[in-house]
Design a protein around this ligand. Structure first.
Ligand code: HAM
Length: 454
C-alpha cells in the first residue's frame, strides 16, 4: 500500500478555522496600512537568484529554494519582499511620485529548520517608505508597526521594541578598534552571538580571521549581551571611553527623536541588535514578545543603498516585515485570537413550510448585490445567507444548525406566519424574535444586517 502524501516540511494547510485566523490578521495588516496612507503592491513569487545574492546576506542565501528553469535561468522563490521592491523602484523610480509608501502581504519561502515560529512557507506583511531619508520616515514605520499590534489588542506590556543604528554602530566599532574592512563580518558575527554556543562562536570568530584584539572585543560583547542591562558593567566601561562616548551621545539624540509616546518606556537601544540582512545601512529595529519567547515578530530598518545597487538612482528607503506565524503565536498566548469563525452567515433560513422553493427564493434575493455601472462599484452588498441541506422541518433542529453555523439572525418561514403574510425574525444572540411583514421583510432584514457584523 502506498503511504499517504504529506504536506512538505514547514508548510501549512489552511482549513476554514486556520484560514479565518489568517484573514483576521491579513485584514488588520491591510486596514492599518491604508489608514497610514500606504498602498498595496505585489510582485512575482520567484525572482532571479542573483537578486538575492547581491545584498541580502549569507544567511538568507543559504536558505533559498533555488531552481533552474528550462531555459537554464537560475531562479529562487522569494525569501523576502525587499529585493523585489528595490528592483521595482530601481526600474521605475524616476517615474514614481515620492515618497513611495507601499505595503504588501506576500507568501515567503525560506528553507529553515522548521520549529516554533519558524516555517519554510510563511506570510509576511511588508511596509516600506521610499524617498525620505529623515528620521520621520523611520518613526512612521515604527508607529505603523505599533499601531498594528494595538489594533489586535496587544499593549506595550506584551512586546518590546529594540533598535540600533548600523552606521553609528560601525563608527562605534571602528572607535573600539575593529578594522573597517572587518565591519561586514563583525555585523554577521554580532547577529549570531546570542544564537551560538561558546564553541560555535569561537569557531566562527576564527573562520572570519579576526585579530586577537578584535576577538577580545567580540568576546566581551558575547558575554555581556547575555546579562541583564544593569549588569553589563564591562560594556558600559567600554562605551565611556572618548570615541564611543561621542557616538553614544548621537545614539541618545536619536532615541529621543524616534521615541513614540504610545510606546512609553518600551523602546530600547540594543547594542547587540544588528539584524541579519546585509543591506541595512542606518536605523534597524525589532519587535519581540516581552517575555523573550520566540523569534522576533517584526524587524526592519533603513536600506539607503539597495536601490542604487540594483541600478536605480540613489534613493533612501526604510521598512519592516512582520510574519504571520510569530504574530499568531503571540496573539494566541495572550488569548487574543477570535474564538468564533469569521464570516459566519448574516442570515440562516429556517424553512418549515411545505414550499421548498421558498428557501432558494429568499437566499438569492438576500445574497444579491446592487452594482452601479456609473460609479463602477457595488453600492449595496448582498448578505451572507446559509440554510440547511437536511429535509427536516423541525424548527428547533434547524435553529441548532443556525447556531452551530454562528449565524447572526434566523429567518423563519413557517406555515402559520406565511398565511398571515409575515415571517419570523430571530436574533440568534439575544434569542429575541419579532415578526416582519412580507412586503417589507427584505428592506428590514438588510437594515438589521448592515450594522455590527464582522
Ligand atoms: P526579517 O527579519 O528576515 O526581515 O523578517 C521579518 C519577520 O518575518 C520576522 O520578524 C518573522 O516574524 C518573519 N519571518 C522571517 N522568517 C520566517 C520564517 N522562516 N518563518 C516564519 N516567520 C518568519 C525581512 O524579511 C526584511 N525584508 C524586512 C524589511 C522590509 N526590511 C525592510 N523592509
Amino acid at each position: 500500500m502506498t503511504d499517504l502524501f504529506q504536506a512538505p516540511k514547514g508548510t501549512r494547510d489552511f482549513l476554514p478555522p486556520a484560514m479565518a485566523v489568517r484573514r483576521y490578521i491579513e485584514d488588520a495588516w491591510r486596514r492599518v496600512s491604508l489608514r497610514y496612507g500606504f498602498q498595496e503592491v505585489d510582485g512575482p513569487t520567484f525572482e532571479s537568484l542573483d537578486l538575492y545574492k547581491v545584498k541580502s546576506g549569507d544567511e538568507i542565501v543559504s536558505q533559498l529554494f533555488a531552481f533552474t528553469d528550462r531555459g537554464g535561468r537560475d531562479l529562487a522563490l522569494r525569501p523576502e519582499f525587499t529585493p523585489t521592491l528595490a528592483r521595482i523602484v530601481a526600474q521605475l523610480g524616476g517615474g514614481l511620485p515620492k515618497p513611495i509608501k507601499w505595503f504588501s502581504i506576500p507568501r515567503c519561502y525560506r528553507a529553515e529548520q522548521p520549529q516554533k515560529g519558524r516555517l519554510r512557507e510563511f506570510i509576511q506583511w511588508n511596509v516600506d517608505f521610499v524617498g525620505d531619508s529623515s528620521f520621520k520616515a523611520d518613526r512612521e514605520c515604527l508607529a505603523l508597526c505599533a499601531a498594528l499590534l494595538f489594533e489586535l489588542g496587544l499593549t506595550p506590556n506584551d512586546f518590546k521594541v529594540s533598535w540600533n543604528h548600523r552606521d553609528l554602530m560601525a563608527e562605534l566599532l571602528v572607535g573600539l578598534g575593529i578594522r573597517a574592512d572587518k565591519l561586514a563580518d563583525t555585523f554577521y558575527v554580532l547577529d549570531r552571538l546570542q544564537k551560538l554556543s561558546d564553541v560555535e562562536r569561537d569557531k566562527l570568530l576564527q573562520s572570519r580571521e579576526f585579530s586577537p584584539s578584535e576577538q577580545k572585543i567580540l568576546h566581551l560583547f558575547a558575554t555581556e549581551m547575555g546579562k541583564p542591562e544593569a549588569e553589563q558593567t564591562e560594556l558600559k566601561a567600554l562605551l565611556s571611553a572618548p570615541v564611543p562616548r561621542g557616538v553614544y551621545e548621537k545614539i541618545m539624540i536619536l532615541q529621543d527623536q524616534l521615541s513614540l509616546p504610545e510606546l512609553a518606556d518600551n523602546f530600547h537601544w540594543d547594542i547587540g541588535l544588528v539584524r541579519g540582512l546585509a543591506y541595512y545601512t542606518g536605523f534597524v529595529f525589532e519587535v519581540a514578545d516581552a517575555k523573550g519567547e520566540n523569534r522576533a515578530v517584526a524587524g526592519g530598518g533603513r536600506y539607503d543603498g539597495l536601490i542604487e545597487i540594483f541600478g536605480g538612482k540613489p534613493t533612501p528607503a526604510v521598512g519592516f516585515g512582520m510574519g504571520d506565524v510569530v504574530l499568531e503565536i503571540l496573539l494566541a498566548d495572550r488569548g487574543l485570537l477570535p474564538d468564533k469563525p469569521l464570516g459566519g452567515p448574516d442570515v440562516f433560513i429556517v424553512n418549515a413550510s411545505d414550499d421548498n422553493g421558498l428557501t432558494d427564493l429568499w437566499a438569492s434575493r438576500l445574497r444579491r448585490s446592487t452594482f452601479d455601472r456609473t460609479l463602477k462599484t457595488v453600492i449595496q452588498q448582498g448578505l451572507r445567507v446559509e440554510h440547511s441541506y437536511k429535509s427536516t422541518r423541525n424548527i428547533g433542529k434547524l435553529l441548532q444548525e443556525a447556531a452551530a453555523a454562528h449565524a447572526r439572525f434566523a429567518l423563519i418561514l413557517a406555515p402559520d406566519e406565511l398565511s398571515r403574510h409575515v415571517v419570523k425574525w430571530r436574533d440568534m444572540q439575544s434569542r429575541t424574535e419579532s415578526e416582519l411583514p412580507l412586503s417589507q421583510a427584505e428592506t428590514l432584514i438588510r437594515a438589521a444586517c448592515s450594522g455590527g457584523g464582522d
